[in-house]
Design a protein around this ligand. Structure first.
Ligand SMILES: O=C[C@H](O)COP(=O)(O)O
Length: 253
């Protein structure tokens, strides 16, 4: 039985005051951590403050990206050592917006996933196809290649702790959710690929999220699918009431 994981990705939204208010509002409403992992991946500038705001709640705080280096002359970057030091638990790696605007690749994602594990962070590795790739029937091959490169060199133990988020790029922020069946089919391809690269037991423990215009109205059907263990949510995680509804749905899945 895999524990559901609902993660909000705030992207570059909210002020520090709004972020603090959000956490204070949801703190008492987060389901028990035995039922569900609830995570907010906030802009780096708020992370330390939010870790403190959420310290008496099951809510965990995650980063949206990080450097693969421990330290050094990398102006503007944030290292896994720094994230762990302030109490951050999760980090999104290889989000399609990082790949599109900041030149991240499967190779850099792989280095970051390994660096995250080396410092006790849980990586949420993002994979997903473009609309053109889907229309050309390339979804399976694209996602399999991203998974294979992204997890290359991980131990079996790390595979069981990893989270992979399947986010079709055409569904992000567009209001177009993949059907639950389509999302489940691709999440199943991800699990099968991991089973082929490692073995069935490791793949069975791997948690796979769907992401792309997830809303309270669509979460139940998604969570009912065999291979979907949670959601990585952008827009619908920005408002406390909406995020809490997603957590409730996740905890009953
Ligand atoms: O990381 C989250 C995804 O990019 C989904 O964003 P969205 O829920 O606003 O479509």
């Amino acid at each position: 039985m895999r524990k559901p994981i609902i993660a909000g990705n705030w992207k570059m939204y909210k002020t520090a005051t709004e972020a603090k208010q959000f956490v204070e509002e949801v703190n008492g409403l987060v389901p028990d951590s035995e039922k569900l992992d609830a995570v907010i991946c906030a802009p780096a500038i708020f992370l330390a403050q939010l870790v403190v705001s959420a310290e008496n709640s099951p809510l965990q705080i995650g980063a949206q990206t990080m450097s693969e280096e421990d330290e050094g002359a990398f102006t503007g970057e944030i290292s896994p050592v720094q994230l762990t030091d302030i109490g951050v638990k999760y980090v999104i790696i290889g989000h399609s917006e990082r790949r599109q605007y900041f030149n991240e690749t499967d190779e850099s994602a792989n280095k970051k996933v390994k660096a995250a594990f080396n410092h006790g962070l849980i990586p949420i590795l993002c994979v997903g196809e473009t609309l053109e790739q889907r229309e050309n029937g390339e979804t399976g091959a694209v996602v399999e290649a991203q998974v294979e490169q992204g997890i290359s060199g991980l131990t079996e133990e790390q595979i069981t702790q990893l989270v992979i988020a399947y986010e079709p790029i055409w569904a992000i922020g567009t209001g177009k959710t993949a059907t639950a069946e389509d999302a489940n089919e691709v999440c199943g391809i991800v699990r099968k690929k991991v089973a082929a690269l490692y073995h069935d037991e490791a793949a069975e423990k791997l948690r796979i999220q769907y992401g792309g215009s997830v809303k309270p109205a669509t979460i139940d059907e998604l969570m009912g699918m065999e291979h979907i263990d949670g959601a990585l949510v952008g827009g619908a995680s920005l408002e406390a009431g909406s995020f809490v509804k997603l957590l409730e749905a996740g905890s009953h899945a």
